[in-house]
Design a protein around this ligand. Structure first.
Ligand SMILES: [Zn+2]
Length: 283
């Protein structure tokens, strides 16, 4: 199995973003000569959520749900207990990976990533929010189910769903359970609204960068000759200080904007390219 970004993201989706290492270990075992055997009874209990267990069997169930691992029933020679002999379905894996390509582009597109960073105000939870979005796209509707599928803590799932809601790219319906009188929330990904918000984000950033580039190209800037971080201003702003640094009083010198212009141009080009990819994804 290749150790590349798409394989890793696919396995994170199948077994949860924090379970990548474990999942790879299980797959390695599955592919080894010895393979994996599990107790059929325990497997059934875990599948039915009658018991919770934190071992390879949990990962096996996730691989099984994604149809990339399957088993044959057998009887253990010594104990006569029913066991499951597991194997890894390479063909199915390749097929599922192909199907995942588009979703991988969603979570790796830098415009979408930067947009999500803005929603979160940080890079913390960035990976979690991406896999929650994929779960919603796949039609998983409740916080509990998303938690089961991704292994992301329930509190975090809830917090991030509301962040998506605040950014209006996900919405929910509140229903009252007629028996328990409890409210349940079913969530939905709002594709149209997401496309609109991400387009707005991209357009605003592009405009800002193009305006800055335009200014740098058409104006002469001055900076403090001792410490550029002290001051940077255009001719008018600098003349207000009579071309002396307002912080340290050393002279201001003409600013060489080449590096900044180059960087801006590069960012603009990359953004345009990624936005084009984003538009292709939306088709
Ligand atoms: Zn200075």
């Amino acid at each position: 199995m290749k150790n590349n970004q798409i394989t890793n993201n696919f396995l994170k989706k199948v077994a949860g973003p924090d379970n990548l290492k474990e999942t790879k270990k299980v797959i390695k075992k599955l592919k080894s000569k010895k393979g994996i055997e599990t107790d059929a009874e325990i497997f059934e209990k875990i599948s039915k959520k009658e018991i919770k267990i934190d071992d390879d069997t949990r990962i096996l169930i996730k691989l099984h749900d994604a149809s990339i691992a399957n088993y044959q029933k057998d009887t253990a020679p010594k104990t006569k207990k029913e066991i499951l002999r597991w194997n890894f379905d390479d063909e199915k894996f390749t097929q599922k990976m192909d199907e995942f390509t588009k979703q991988n582009e969603i979570i790796t597109n830098s415009i979408i990533t930067d947009f999500l960073k803005e929603i979160l105000n940080s890079e913390l939870d960035l990976e979690y929010i991406k896999f929650i979005i994929l779960a919603l796209i796949d039609g998983i509707e409740t916080d509990e189910e998303i938690h089961e599928k991704t292994d992301i803590k329930l509190n975090t799932v809830r917090k991030l769903l509301y962040k998506l809601h605040d950014a209006s790219i996900a919405n929910y319906k509140r229903n009252k359970d007629p028996e328990t009188q409890w409210f349940t929330y079913t969530w939905r990904f709002d594709k149209e609204e997401s496309v609109e918000k991400i387009t707005e984000f991209y357009t605003a950033r592009l405009k800002q960068r193009e305006e800055l580039l335009d200014e740098l190209e058409n104006n002469l800037y001055f900076v403090c000759c001792m410490e550029p971080a002290h001051f940077k201003g255009n001719y008018t702003e600098s003349s207000e200080y009579e071309f002396y640094c307002p912080v340290c009083d050393y002279e201001l010198e003409p600013y060489d904007a080449e590096k900044e212009k180059k960087l801006l141009k590069r960012r603009i080009t990359i953004d345009k390219k990624n936005f084009q990819k984003f538009e292709e994804l939306c088709e």
